[in-house]
Each structure stands twice: as C-alpha cells, then as structure tokens.
Design a protein around this ligand. Sequence first.
Ligand SMILES: NC(=O)c1ccc[n+]([C@@H]2O[C@H](COP(=O)([O-])OP(=O)(O)OC[C@H]3O[C@@H](n4cnc5c(N)ncnc54)[C@H](O)[C@@H]3O)[C@@H](O)[C@H]2O)c1
Length: 364
Amino acid sequence: MTFVPYDRPVRSAFIGLGRIYDLNMRGYVGNPDVEVVALVDPSPQRRAQRQADWPDAAAFGSAAELAASGVEVDAAEVLLPIPLHADGVVEMLGYGWHVNMQKPMCNDLLDAQRMLDAAKAGDRILRVMENYLFYEPLRRLKAVAESGAIGEVCGYHVKMVGTGRGGWDVPWSSFEWQMEQMKRGRGIMVFDDGWHKLATALWLFGPVREVRAWIGNLAVGPGIDLDTPSTLIWEHENGVRGVWDNTIAMDMYLRSDYYTNDERWEITGSKGFARVNRVTGRGVQQPSLEIYSEGEMRSYHALDDDWASSFRDSGRHWLRWLRTGDGPLMWSAQEAVDVLRFALAAYASNASGGVGVQPRQVTE
Ligand SMILES: NC(=O)c1ccc[n+]([C@@H]2O[C@H](COP(=O)([O-])OP(=O)(O)OC[C@H]3O[C@@H](n4cnc5c(N)ncnc54)[C@H](O)[C@@H]3O)[C@@H](O)[C@H]2O)c1
C-alpha cells in the first residue's frame, strides 16, 4: 500500500443517505479534515433532505453518475443496505476512492476477498467502521481490564435485548433488506447487531480459538422471522471465555434516542468486575460504567455515553487517518474479515448442533 496522507481536507462523498446517515454525518460536521463534496442516493426525498446539511455538495442518484460527473472525490462514506455492500464497494474502489464502509462487511468470505482484492488492485484504503470501539464506556472497560484493577480476567458476558417499543423511527424500507438478509441466513440479531458484539470481543481479548452457537428463530409476523433467542459462546486464544445472549422482548418499552437495544458488557476478574450498563438505549439508568473491587463500587458519572458520539469519533478517526496515516484504522478490512470469520464459525457451529468450530478453519 502506497498511501500518502492528504495535505488538504479530504473530499468525501456520502453514498446512501438513509437512517444511519443521521449518526454517521456527525464525524463530518465542523471537521476541518473533510470537505463533503457529494451526496448519493436514488431517493430524491433523501437527497433533498440531506442537501440541507451540505448545501454546497453536488447530489446524484447513483455512484456511477457521481464518478462520471467530474466532481473530484477522494473517499466515500458508504452507507448502503448490506446486500449492496460487496458490489457497491468494489465499484467505488474501482473509481479510485478510498472507502469507509458500514458493518457487516458482507455475507461471506468470497465477497470479502473480492473487496480486499479491489482495494489492493487500486491501491486504495478500505475501512470497515466499528463505532462500538469508539464508545467511551467500552473503551474505559477495556482499559480497566488491561490495567489489572479487577485482577486476572476470568471471563465475560455480553447481553442484548431488542425491545419492541420505544426509540427512533426506522423506515420500513430499512427492514425490507434486513428481511432479505434473514432469508439468506444473515439475520438482524446475530449478524447485523451481532457484528458489533463479535467485533468488541476481538478488540477486547484478541483472536478467538473456538465458537459454539445455538441460534433461534422467532416468527414475529407473516414472513418475518428474527434469529433469536440466540446464544454464542467462545474461547479466545488467551483462554478467556465469552458468552453473548440475545433475546427479543416484544412488548417492552425501552427509552432510547436510537434503536431499542438494551445491552450490557460485564467482565469478571479474579478481584472484582467491571460492567458497562448500556450502549445504544438508556435501559439501566445507572452510571454507564461501574467497577467493583475490594468491597467498593466505583461509578463513572461523566463519560460521553451517548451512542451517537461513537459514530462521531469513529468518523473523525477515519478522516484524521486519511490526513496522517497514523495508527490503526479500527478496523482495517483484514480485521473485519476476522469478525466475519467469527460470525461464520457461529453459523457453522449452529448448523452442526452446537459443536465447537474454529473461525480460522471456516472456508466460505
Ligand atoms: N454502525 C451501526 O451501529 C449501524 C446501525 C444501523 C445501520 N448500520 C449499517 O448502515 C448501513 C445502512 O443502514 P440504514 O439503516 O441507514 O439503511 P437505510 O435503508 O435506512 O438506508 C440506506 C440508503 O441507501 C440508499 N440506497 C439504496 N441503493 C443505493 C445505491 N445503489 N446507491 C446509493 N444509495 C442507495 C437507500 O435509498 C437508502 O436511503 C447498513 O450497512 C447497516 O448495516 C450500522
């Protein structure tokens, strides 16, 4: 890779202006590292709505139109529906744009390799953003685990309850492609939301040796199934074991400014524990991070625990990276493939009745 950092603001285009644009754009607002030059979405309503944020940006119905327009683009912020990720990203890398794409990267290793190959062929950077790695309470949790403040890590638990009531509006069109994903065996709970959980696991404790999974199926409407309740357990190469369970509580109201995800991360150490009480929603109204050790509970009351801030900081990290080339991408495309392998190992385990599967040995 012969990447040379930009000595001027990066000219960037948003590709896809749907629900998650509302949070992703926060890394771009007031950021001297970037100039937003283009907005792309086939929906004229979305283009008109988002143009208000960037009056000077040119708007297009497709990336191909933008590429043919003469507007110069250095990098694309790709916010496409998951089924369009692989083809869309390969296309955009082919235009010579660096790409910051959304998770999940894609559905299988073949598509992942296509994207990696396209980035290599065009000598472009491909990043798969992972906003959870920028959520301050989780960053603190990692620091606490590494500091020894709770002793040796014995294991950890991640919990996710999707609730049926509360939160922001999600347009039906956003669910349609999720249902398409579900029919391909890549559901919204284990694959889409789970991507974050598996990514944080790798980030916290490193490579995973073995995964066992029991993935459920819940019919919530005619032709609409969810991949829950599901439980995944795994062992890292360092011996630490993790477990993630997800469930749906259809009638539960959850206060949230975003999706209705009630989440927790709890690490048990030989001397105490550390727990992040919430991430996306505002379920447990305690301080977002609590640490117990030696008979005392320490509570963090002033962390930036607004989930949207994790998008802002992930976006800023990307744009700063393009200006400096410094430090890890969080995540590079190759690191994202490790997350994909982790998920694929869980599917393989589930298909074989829950036997242990090594992510390293997954082939497709
Ligand atoms: N990081 C997170 O926590 C998080 C949360 C939600 C969604 N996401 C991810 O963000 C991505 C988008 O999700 P969303 O909820 O915003 O979806 P969405 O359906 O609300 O928005 C997608 C937008 O893409 C547009 N689009 C469709 N085809 C296009 C094309 N060929 N070119 C340009 N635009 C096109 C649609 O018109 C729509 O406006 C997905 O990958 C999703 O997994 C990530």
